[in-house]
Design a protein around this ligand. Sequence first.
Ligand SMILES: Cc1ncc(C[n+]2csc(CCOP(=O)(O)OP(=O)(O)O)c2C)c(N)n1
Ligand SMILES: [Mg+2]
Length: 336
Amino acid sequence: MATTVEEHSTSLRKDDLIEMYWTMLLARRLDERAWVLHRQGRIAFHISGIGHEAAQVGAAFALRRGVDWVVPYYRDLAMILSLGLTPREFALSIMGKKGDPSSGGRQMPSHWSLRRANVVSHSAPVATQTTHAVGIALGIKMTGDDAVAITSIGEGSTAQGEWYEGVNWAAIHHLPVIFLVENNMYAISVRQEQQMAVRHVADKAAGLGLPGVSVDGMDILKVHEAVSEAASRARAGEGPTLVEAKVYRLTPHSSDDDDRSYRSREEVAEWRARDPLDRFAAQLLDQRHLAPEAVAEMDARARQEVDEAIQFAESALYPEVSEGAYPVYAEDIPHA
Ligand SMILES: Cc1ncc(C[n+]2csc(CCOP(=O)(O)OP(=O)(O)O)c2C)c(N)n1
Ligand SMILES: [Mg+2]
């Protein structure tokens, strides 16, 4: 059963709910366009967050944007849009153009960073972001800042050594960090049963000494509530929390993958019927927070913003060859 807006215990106002829906919608339309651009040969690679939007936006809206620290992973387009990345910036990043805030067009797309929103880039080896977030949380604790760190990860990557090391350490030292696991049941083609012997990733928390909660990640309000509680615990000095959001990746793993080789079309169709975007729209319509005309108008506006962003990025410059090492070597390089 989906949480109704009234049942939801935290203080989301109608404007917040509409902004949350808008962000999910914008993420979806940008993501869909990236697939088209890839198939047209206009971008080299895309890794998609379609199906994960409720988990990501629900989590991001539980944070204080620009105060808390975020170490996301490659699937988090909707999360980073919630934190202030613009469609133009996303378009620059997928085209490897100069103005991309993550890397100036040098890193793989979707290795997000956004300095103005305290979003720290992750490395391509999965789970390395866990130790980075834990280090940031230690820094927060040592300086006494009123902030929390959050890091996201896929369920398959919680099998990595870095994940256990980071979570263990955060639990020992009661660090203000949230471990958000976006469990989409697959690590590329490998199903969850072949990745772990426990039923829920949240079950792993007991062995490491921190609370672990598992929520329906297709229900934005449930994720918002779980991450809000985890953030309150962290701010109160009660330490880390593991939040598992159960989602489904509605697309292949990336633009280089063909998921027909490892999962049935029936399975995908079954999950598509639970699309988190449609589900949130239905909730907002049902509770009369949005009228059908408003949903249609927002969709038209999202598509227009995507068109405009792609046009902008197509006419933007590529980085200069002389800037190839930026920002690995700092000398003489002006920072954004
Ligand atoms: C250490 C390491 N091993 C393998 C890879 C290749 N790789 C990239 S994503 C991925 C799957 C990760 O699955 P999961 O953690 O469940 O996240 P999802 O992609 O499903 O969101 C793998 C194996 C990598 N990037 N780093
Ligand atoms: Mg996965």
